[in-house]
Ligand binder design. Sequence first.
Ligand code: HEM
Length: 502
Amino acid sequence: MDVAFSSILQWIILFITTCVILLLGFFYHKYSYWKTRGVPYEKPFLFFGNLSFAMRKSVWDFCLEVKRKHPRDYVGIFLAWQPTLLVQTPELARRILVKDHEYFQDRFLYSRKSDPLGSLNLFTLKNPKWSEMRHEISPMFTANRLKNYTKLMNMNAVELVRKIQRDYVDAKKTVDLKELFSMYTSDTVAYTAFGIRVSVLNDQPSPLWYITSHMVKWTFWRGFEFTMIFLIPAVAAILKFCFFSPKATEYIKKIFWDVVNDRNKVGKSSDKDLVNHLLKLKENLKLPADSGSELADNLMLAQAAVFILGAIATSATTLSYALHELAYNSEAQEKLFNEVSKAMVQSGKDVLEYEELVELKYLSACINETLRKYPPVAYLDRQCSKKYKLNDELIIEKGVPVFVNVLAIHYDENIYPEPEKWRPERINVSSDNDNLNFTFLPFGEGPRFCIGKRYGLMQVRAALAQIILKYQLKPAVPYNIKTDPYSVMLSPDKCSVKFVER
Ligand code: HEM
């Protein structure tokens, strides 16, 4: 072998060996993090930390497993190399989410400037911009607006029942509940966000369904992107992943500006939907003088985008599991039918209005128990912004992600005996705002709780009330449904029921 070549080879080997040693040293140092602090932790694997399950198992299943393996107040995990604290009791949830919120104001998930729709939406925005935006968006969800939205939800719920009759009962076809309910929530959001009255439920072309059907179907690649965005933001940054796919981004922009231009042409504005609200908001925003109009436009579009993302999949998942459980619980089903039909007779109408739906205690109980057993969001994401003393043994350092494991609380035997069972009677909330002393957290809590909570609940109530009036539900799939491993939020894999006309 030529001497020069052998010397180059030696240098290359030396270089690679040094890199490997440095890398192993880095991981060894990272993986000692919880041990040196005396915190019980889930044993990590090289590179992946505790995320070696990703894309084979859902994040939802992982959170439940950690709770079962470590039934304690808090436990350390590693998101690849990032030490993360998972807190698992109502008291710690109260401190992190509400009492000491000033230490945990932002989420850990990735948001990058070059992805404006991904970084400027309410879910990903960081303080102080978040608090200004939250203040501006909140009026979209006042009781008065919800009453208006409920009217439209009811119209779509009637359309939903027509589709069930036409496409599944008469045609004797099997229903994919997640897809069916995504169509329903998509039609509703088309109107509430963009003022577009379309009906994919009635087989009409819907510009919104074009986006949302992509959002609710999790491909391997989209699942991978989302897993990185939520759990390993550093990798998402290197690979330049975007919160919304380029197709969805383009389409959201197109719909938004089409709606605005149409309104300008006819000189009419609707004070009811998000588009109009955002246009007003744009005028009020206090932005740096040199930011130009692009930032303001992106801020508007990002809120419209997250409205779509937040409103569709979460409610569709809740409705799917609610029907599945009702199909297996005929007693609960009859109780619910009696409550809804009695209210319907009293109202003398075909649909129930906002106040009437809220009054239905058993309907709420069925929905809440579904959200207890199947919270669509398994953990609440926060990041520590300054040193925080958790107790005499542990100080949480700045930058450490702190996740509230909602499943650990919802499946705690001491709070909910036999947590695997679905028992609507056991959750007795005094109002939609009652978190039962932090034992019921499907919508999160504190200043960053779900802004669309009441909207989501009404959407589910309106559909469930219409369906239960017209059909008996019978099981169509085995009781234990697998979760979709590609989805960061809970998503059932093949959820179906049989509809039998009453
Ligand atoms: C069953 C339905 C829903 C469930 C279970 C749900 C659940 C959640 C959860 C757990 C969070 C995080 C809260 C936290 O970190 O404390 C959240 C945040 C959020 N949700 Fe929902 N959601 C639902 C419906 C909706 C709807 C209908 C919308 C929009 C219309 C929406 C928009 C949002 C937004 C924008 C945030 C971020 C809030 C912020 O950081 O200020 N969600 N949701």
